[in-house]
Design a protein around this ligand. Structure first.
Ligand SMILES: Nc1ncnc2c1ncn2[C@@H]1O[C@H](COP(=O)(O)OP(=O)(O)OP(=O)(O)O)[C@@H](O)[C@H]1O
Ligand SMILES: [Mg+2]
Length: 439
């Protein structure tokens, strides 16, 4: 191997087009492309420099960086990770030094962007096909055939490929940065929702207690008790009747106000629970306690709670349950699913009926909630399962709600091994169905 000690000036040379200096339009601009030229023959370096003297690609000149052995090539690669192309000799300090450099670039450094142009004077010893098969190179040139035109074309092809790969890399990097930023924003939003709803829930729960006390135990308040016994001991019948009726009136008024307050607080607590559930789902922190569950009792509970709501709207609410069915589910969440779906059916139905029927097919229990309400337009059928999506989200809409019920319901059903579906005819009604595994 001829290992000539290269002079420092030889190691770094920038070529800028001479003709470009004359013509402003063709003047190379931007940073030059870094090209590593690795060959143990100084003549090859001189020749390469001569051929590429005036070469530009996309108005950028070349910065040729020379190395004279495989070992030196590895050092240069460490210093210039942004090199675009390497013109690499095969036989240098060993008969396969160049091929070792290829392995070093791709496997050790993991640089897949650098375009590798292998140049060999011993083409017979290294069949092109075999080299391409075994080594991740991008071009194979024979030194004997290395005319100026061929080298320039090969370099142009290499640079073009490098440019495309780098642009793709950059786009990918930008996309991943954007995704990271979006993830962070979404996480911050979820944390905020979680924190706020926790903070709101505590004082609200504190408000619930007094309202409940007024509603249920006002007659046990000591002042009320004393008043009642004073009225009781009055001798004047007429006065006694009048005082008793005034006390009853006060009692009814207090209970009425307390009931309204309690309803609002419970409604708010329900909303906060929904937001909390949503935040838990987003953060992947929703936990369920799944066990065999006889469905009759929870269904009765839900129907009993919702019946006054249906009756107030003059709706018939039916849930005929003929057989005992046991599913595998979380009792609290099972009721939540029914509350959401039956609650929606009642909310969006102004006349007619809401019916819940249960059947079973194979290993699944099927729950069907049918209503004769306003229905849902076909284009909205899949959208309503997204968070905050409502068919009518105008401020003038009649029905209240935040649009979290269905996304939470869908998550609860799928987390318990079931599926939820909807069919609807606008103006006629909707059918929501969901499945759960049978015990
Ligand atoms: N049975 C139904 N009939 C007609 N429209 C329905 C029915 N169920 C749901 N929708 C439509 O789907 C939308 C989303 O329902 P979802 O339960 O997610 O939210 P919401 O009921 O509006 O509010 P929330 O449940 O958070 O109180 C509703 O706003 C409504 O437009
Ligand atoms: Mg709802």
């Amino acid at each position: 191997m001829d290992t000539l000690d290269p002079t420092p000036e030889k190691k770094r040379m920038t070529f800028r087009s001479k003709s470009a200096a004359r013509s402003e339009a063709a003047k190379p601009s931007g940073t030059p492309w870094k090209i590593l030229v690795v060959d143990d023959d100084p003549q090859i370096h001189i020749l390469t420099e001569e051929i590429l003297k005036e070469f530009t690609f996309e108005s950028r000149s070349l910065l040729l960086i020379s190395g004279y052995s495989g070992h030196e090539a590895q050092e240069l690669l460490g210093k210039h990770p942004d090199a675009a192309v390497i013109l690499l000799d095969v036989v240098m300090e060993t008969s396969h030094a160049g091929l070792d450099v290829v392995k070093f670039i791709r496997d050790k450094v993991g640089n897949q962007n650098l375009r590798i142009l292998l140049r060999t004077g011993q083409a017979g010893q290294f069949p092109e096909e075999k080299i391409f098969e075994e080594y991740d190179i991008n071009n194979f040139l024979e030194k004997t055939d290395l005319t100026s035109r061929r080298l320039k074309t090969a370099l142009k092809v290499g640079l073009r490929a490098y440019r495309d790969i780098s642009e793709l890399d950059l786009a990918r990097q930008r996309e991943s940065e954007l995704r990271l930023a979006a993830d962070a924003a979404s996480k911050a939003k979820t944390n905020f929702l979680h924190m706020m709803s926790h903070e709101l829930r505590t004082p609200l729960q504190g408000t619930k207690g007094p309202f409940e006390e007024f509603k249920g135990q006002f007659h046990l308040f000591s002042g009320v008790k004393r008043l009642r016994s004073m009225i009781h001991s009055l001798n004047d019948d007429q006065m006694r009747t009048q005082f008793a009726s005034a006390l009853q009136e006060t009692y009814d008024e207090v209970v009425d106000i307390a009931s309204q307050g309690l309803k609002s607080v419970e409604h708010l607590l329900g909303l906060i629970e929904d937001v909390l559930d949503f935040a838990r789902i987003e953060a992947g922190k929703l936990t369920l306690s799944i066990a065999p569950l006889a469905i009759q009792e929870p269904i009765q509970d839900v129907i009993t709670t919702l019946r006054p709501l249906a009756e107030k709207k003059g709706l018939q609410l039916d849930a005929p349950l003929n057989e005992t069915i046991t599913v595998i589910a979380d009792g609290k969440r099972f009721k939540q699913i029914l509350f959401n779906l039956l609650g929606n059916a009642i909310k969006f139905t102004n006349s007619g009926s809401v019916t819940l029927t249960v059947s079973h097919h194979g290993k699944q229990a099927l729950f069907l909630i049918e209503d004769t309400g306003c229905g849902i337009p076909p284009e909205k059928l899949s959208v309503i399962f997204e968070a905050f999506e409502q068919v009518d989200n105008s401020s003038t809409r009649h029905a209240g709600g935040t649009g979290l019920g269905l996304p939470i319901t869908r998550e609860l059903v799928s987390r318990q091994g079931g599926e939820i579906h909807v069919e609807s005819t606008p103006g006629q009604g909707s059918r929501f169905s969901f499945s759960l595994p049978l015990a």
